[in-house]
Each structure stands twice: as structure tokens, then as C-alpha cells.
Design a protein around this ligand. Structure first.
Ligand code: SF4
Length: 284
């Protein structure tokens, strides 16, 4: 299978994510990479000209937000069997779209379906844009999706076009701080191993669809394991202001874990805090 990886308005974070992964070689061994801006000797223009002439492309990967006037991207999407948006800029528009109304993701602009390709876009193999959101996306989500395509297995996507196997649970799942969350014991400061980061430090783990704490980054780490909150970077409303703070009203977080009512939260968290084991409270 051949593949083109294009970059548009991007910090290259997803390329870095992939190249930092132990599985990066897989992409170059399993696919004929016709173009990637960091590796190709030929210019993007030359490669695209040849591909458009042949009218055949297996996989197009786009990294970065896109301007609505970008006809090259649109033309390639039309001939590609599969189109993948990698990273939250290519998926939702993200930061570049906040600054420019003519910029968006491939098939979404924040939560609104459409983007530069339109709501009804379907690639040659019958999929909408396959969205791998994240700032950046976990490298295993990238390699796993590519290899699944290569082995012709079916991709199950959620309503935002994201593979369910990577996005249908929450970043909170598998976090090493779960016991602290349950007993409402907050971390004393950032960078510490113990304590939950939800109550004061802005952690979005209980509101964010991602498998960051199940499929660890390079098998070892995640934001919360490193002592910094989950910033919710896989969701359309990223980035937000004050990423390291939990907005509160009368001591109650303004946004509660998905599916939890305010009443339920007050009842459960009050009890939990009261009866929290001393061994947890004393941890640094
Ligand atoms: S630090 Fe975040 S992800 Fe971890 S338990 Fe607390 S709220 Fe959940």
C-alpha cells in the first residue's frame, strides 16, 4: 500500500509522536511512503503531480489544520482509498482555526461536521475521514490504524470519526491515581506521584475520550503518570484557557465527570473526603 503524509498548519507534533515511537519503522517497512516532508528527497509538488496523474492513492494522512482554499488536499482526498486526519488540528482545526475562520479540520470545524471536505465526504473505500485526534495523537493509535487498514480489518468509528478502540473509554481509565480520585484526595503539587489532579489542577481525564492510560506512550508513560493533568486534547473544545486549573463554583468543579449529576457528586464526594484513608492523605 502506498501512503502520502502531508503537513499543513502544524507544529509537526504528530510526526514527532510517530518518530519517537518504537513502532515508527513499521510505517516505513509496511507502506510505500511516497511522501513525508521530513524524509522525502522529491518535493511535495513533484510527488503529488505524479500521483494525481495516476489517479490512485491508497492512504492520505494529513497533519495540521487546512485552509479552505487548499485544492491539493481536496484533490488527493478524492482519489485516496482512505483519508486519515492525524492530530487535533487536522481533525477539528484546533488553534489555527481559532485564529482564522477560513481554516478548519478535514471533516470537522471543532464539533461542527463539515470541515474543508464537507459533511458527506466518503473516501473510496467507504469511510469518512478517519480522525485520530490528540495534541498529538498517541503513536500506537497511528500505527495501529494504519496496520488495521493494511490488513483489511473493519474500522469502527465513533460519531466524530475516531476509531472506537482508541476513543471509546476515558483517559481516567487506568490512571494510577484512581484511588485518590475515589477518596477525593488531591495532589499537593504538580509533578508528584500521588494524589488526584481533578479537583484543583484541571485534570480532564474523567471527561476525555482517549486510551492514554491504557495504551501508555511508548509503553511507559502518560500525562497523569508524569504528574501533570490530562488537558483533554482529544476533544473538540481543546485548547481551553487555564489548563492547570479546575474552575469551581462554591467548591464544586464547574464540569463534573461524564454522566455524574451535581447532586450525586456532592453526596459521594463529601462522604469520600470524610472517610478517606489516612495512608492516602499522607502521601506526597
Ligand atoms: S489524575 Fe485525572 S485521570 Fe487520574 S484519577 Fe485523577 S482525574 Fe482521573
Amino acid at each position: 500500500m502506498n501512503l502520502i503524509w502531508l503537513q499543513r498548519l502544524t507544529c509537526s507534533g504528530n510526526t514527532h509522536s510517530l518518530l519517537s515511537s518504537e513502532d515508527a519503522n513499521l510505517v516505513f517497512e509496511e507502506f510505500e511512503v511516497l511522501f513525508h516532508p521530513s524524509f522525502s528527497v522529491e518535493s511535495e509538488e513533484e510527488v503529488i503531480k505524479k500521483v494525481l496523474k495516476k489517479g490512485k492513492l491508497n492512504i492520505l494522512v494529513v497533519e495540521g489544520a487546512i485552509n479552505k482554499e487548499d485544492d491539493i488536499v481536496k484533490k488527493l482526498c478524492k482519489i485516496a482509498d482512505y483519508v486519515i486526519a492525524v492530530g487535533s488540528c487536522a481533525v477539528y482545526g484546533n488553534l489555527p482555526a481559532l485564529k482564522d475562520k477560513d481554516v478548519s479540520g478535514l471533516q470537522f470545524r471543532f464539533k461542527e461536521k463539515g470541515g474543508i471536505l464537507g459533511k458527506s465526504f466518503i473516501s473510496r473505500k467507504g469511510y469518512p475521514v478517519i480522525n485520530l485526534s490528540g495534541c498529538p495523537a498517541n503513536p500506537e493509535w497511528i500505527t495501529g490504524t494504519l496496520l488495521k487498514i493494511k490488513s483489511k480489518r473493519k474500522l469502527n468509528l465513533d460519531e466524530l470519526g475516531r476509531p472506537k478502540e482508541y476513543y471509546n473509554s476515558l483517559a481516567h481509565w487506568g490512571c494510577s491515581r484512581n484511588e485518590f480520585f475515589e477518596w477525593k484526595v488531591e495532589a499537593k503539587s504538580l509533578g508528584k506521584e500521588k494524589g488526584c489532579l481533578f479537583y484543583h489542577f484541571g485534570c480532564r481525564g474523567p471527561l476525555t475520550h482517549s486510551t492514554c492510560n491504557v495504551i501508555l506512550w511508548n509503553g511507559v508513560n502518560s500525562k497523569t503518570r508524569a504528574g501533570t493533568p490530562c488537558f483533554g486534547c482529544t476533544e473538540y473544545d481543546f485548547p481551553r484557557e487555564n489548563l492547570w486549573e479546575t474552575k469551581q463554583y462554591a467548591g464544586i468543579p464547574a464540569e463534573l465527570p461524564l454522566g455524574v449529576s451535581k447532586r450525586g457528586y456532592i453526596m459521594v464526594s463529601g462522604m469520600a473526603k470524610m472517610f478517606a484513608p489516612e495512608r492516602l492523605k499522607n502521601e506526597d
